[in-house]
Design a protein around this ligand. Sequence first.
Ligand SMILES: NC(=O)c1ccc[n+]([C@@H]2O[C@H](COP(=O)([O-])OP(=O)(O)OC[C@H]3O[C@@H](n4cnc5c(N)ncnc54)[C@H](OP(=O)(O)O)[C@@H]3O)[C@@H](O)[C@H]2O)c1
Length: 277
Amino acid sequence: MSKVVLITGCSTGIGRDLAQRLTQLGYTVVATARKTETMDDLECALKLPLDVTQSDSVNNAVAQTFSQFGQIDFLVNNAGYAIRGALEEIPDEQTQQVFDVNVFGVLRMIRAVAPHMREQKAGRIINISSIGGKLSTPANGTYSATKFALEALNDALRLELSPFGIHVISIEPGAIKTQFDETAQSHGRDILSNKKSPYQPLYQKSDEFAESMRQQEPGPDVVSKVVQRAIESSNPKPRYLAGVAFPSNLVIMYLRDLVWDMALKRMFTFVPQKEIQ
Ligand SMILES: NC(=O)c1ccc[n+]([C@@H]2O[C@H](COP(=O)([O-])OP(=O)(O)OC[C@H]3O[C@@H](n4cnc5c(N)ncnc54)[C@H](OP(=O)(O)O)[C@@H]3O)[C@@H](O)[C@H]2O)c1
């Protein structure tokens, strides 16, 4: 049997594109999504319901995969979303929800799959992180906090699991054209549209910046190709950038603190709006 790949968040975007690509390449793909009808047109080996915030849902999906195929060679933790807004203005409940998907969701998946991979003495866990896990920007700090957390988990897990023959790999995409931006805006809608917010000028700058990025965003296939490399490499790297163009890649790798703070100050310095009663 061909290698088995379990992917979370296949309803749209990167997860969906990856499920299609790997299926075409002959992998046994187990595509998962919260709503299975969103995957009706995918031709994967198995399609399962999976909400990464629900332990029962995670455990059921992993158990069904093992009972059908007896192995999981690659786990791709892709499900994730962002919320826009200044840290002060995002309610705790929404912050907790995004951590529940982007960080605890990944942990739930790993706890369910790693024991089987340890028994197999082989496997790769591929976590879709972000350049937001390297660089934190105003009005995007909550999302970045989740991806920084994921980067920290990756770095520890890589060494914890390598003695068992398991590779842990972080994929760090730049801005990619998917549902992601719309979801981020919709989660922050009440915050971003509050005309009384002292952060309103920041939200406008952030919006303009997002709009300019949208013009140049590559499609999700750019990320899928990098995940394929991470899967097929005989000696995978701990992390791969995906769709991160020069000079951001240079900044991330070499010049981060120095250049990053200077660039952010130029882009996001704003005069707070007076409190409106
Ligand atoms: N697009 C970008 O610019 C970008 C850049 C860097 C990193 N990323 C990362 O790439 C990954 C995929 O994002 P995308 O760009 O493909 O965005 P997307 O099109 O919005 O896809 C996000 C996926 O996550 C799923 N999801 C959300 N909450 C979930 C939950 N509780 N349980 C299971 N699935 C859940 C969504 O399912 P529903 O349809 O059910 O909501 C959807 O399938 C994310 O981890 C994101 O942080 C994206």
